[in-house]
Design a binder for this molecule. Sequence first.
Ligand code: F0G
Length: 462
Amino acid sequence: MSPMPFKTLIEPFRIHAVEPLKMTTPVERRRAVQAAGYNLFALRSEDVLIDLLTDSGTGAMSRDQWASIQHGDESYAGSPSWFRFLESVQDLFPFRHVIPTHQGRAAERILFTALTGPGQSVPSNTHFDTTRANVEFTGAEAVDLLIPEGHDPTAQHPFKGNMDVDALDRFLAAHTGSVPVVFVTITNNSGGGQPVSLANLRAVRKVCDHHGVPLFLDACRFAENAWLIHEREPGQQDREVRDIVRDMASLVDGMTMSAKKDGMANIGGWLALNDDKLAEQCRNLLILTEGFPTYGGLAGRDLEAIAQGLQEVVQHDYLRYRIRSTGYLGDALVKLGIPIVQPAGGHAVYIDARALLPHIPPLQYPGQALAVALYEAGGIRSCEIGTVMFGRHPDGSEHPAELDLVRLAIPRRTYTQSHIDYVIEVCGKVLAQAGELPGYKIVDEPPVLRHFTARFEPLPFQ
Ligand code: F0G
């Protein structure tokens, strides 16, 4: 229950420093996106008005985080900032070993380098692009085992991020000895920012125990996941989010984390685990590429900002506002008749571009078409999560991704409701032109993670 008796949910902060936004014209934006090879990652961010590309590292830090930055101690080894970071992480995630890294994917790379290799498989509810790429880079296979409802954008289910427990059980039975770890991603970013329930996590734990396989969390958005548990899971309504987070941690053997999300910081991450031998192996890899184990790839001031961010991210007033403001955008798009992944996710709203643009076949990238249109119409930068991101396979073949989504990711504490009202208006304008949007072809792409640097050209309208 909200302590406020009014229906308007306000941002639980006021603004302390402002950053100017540059207004651009449609002609300027068309020119900019053409020069960027129709890849929104290649734009200059000053040419973007509302940047919903990602919620990663793009949030606003609090006054107290900026103050903590002044306490940053840059000692190479054993800095007080390290101990504050360690204490703050272990308060929520009481793992024996905490290994700081410069961001989430560095933790993934270290863990998968230590654990996986050719002939092995890593099941997850759904791997995000960097976890999939890091698993595959070691020669192992990344396998997604999501519940059926998670595959249907219109299905209503409170925990569409849940793992398909029976499928996991069957998979582990069929791959004895070749699964070094199971992952659960909270919230499920690639599948619409959908949460995973405590009950599901418990069931996954049981199956992993039965097969003797360790279980890890990809915990980037742990606080949003815990809030959705608090709101939706029977018996959780009176509990503190902190305690729900500790419950999630108690069910797993370790975690990878990007502090750029629910760490409320602009950079950072960590790997945490209980296994002493594996931790030692990981620390040795850490020293090779990230740095000494009491700073990883981070400055002391970054460790301070994360330590403070972790205190703030579990506050109920913040999370109530955060999840409701994402829901506000989702509700408005549904009202306009724009198909989205239902219900709205924790950190983002995902538009079903394949459903919105049925005249564009998946291999002509409807998600890319929509993302470019949103930029051209209103200077909004979004992110394709579909065939561009996932369509190219390690054997070189290309297939349609399961869904073609466009993610409107909301940076934390950064945009106000009027910014979001503007986004809604622009989406309405693009909806009116949907039938006229062209498909795209890729004219240049790298061998992995092609969505970051591929170049596109619009196809003649058919
Ligand atoms: N896992 C998930 C679920 C993520 O969403 C991300 C990053 C990572 C791992 C990797 O973390 O960026 O710190 O290396 N997602 C960002 C996004 C990039 O836009 O969703 P990182």
